[in-house]
Design a protein around this ligand. Sequence first.
Ligand code: DQA
Length: 156
Amino acid sequence: MREILLLSGPNLDLLGERSPEIYGAATLASHVAAVRDRAGTCGLGVRHLQSNFEGDLIEAVHGARSSAAAIIINAGALTHSSWALADALATFDGPKIEVHLSNPAAREPFRHLSTLAGVVNGSVAGLGALGYLLAVDAVAHLLGGEATNATPDPTA
Ligand code: DQA
């Protein structure tokens, strides 16, 4: 079964407790479970890694080069600072989708830059938990094949 590597960056392990008015009340575990369910309907498996360390995420991307079909990443604040993570993602040939629960463009100026935006196929921001599901649908679509009911075919 083809696999999506789902990466969660610093502080996302605190979802549910951390600024719920911004990030929602759902825990990371519940987002991961929802991603697994959605991916399953597309015939895709999911491997998840959360780390508060940049190097762990970079090494996971390196590992994905030979083991994963696609990457979905919420890099947390590394989104705004990590050129190294962007460089790593650029070496991964499969579909890559960036997810943010909040809308960084509507927040503090330091959140307006995404180092990852230029190396991913697309970004989903500001839609909360729905963003993760849309990212799975986008990956399934980009992998060609297992379209879901939630991803209408514009040519149909
Ligand atoms: C975030 C947005 C980032 O700016 C922030 O540092 C996070 C979470 C989001 O999901 O909205 O940790 O990636």
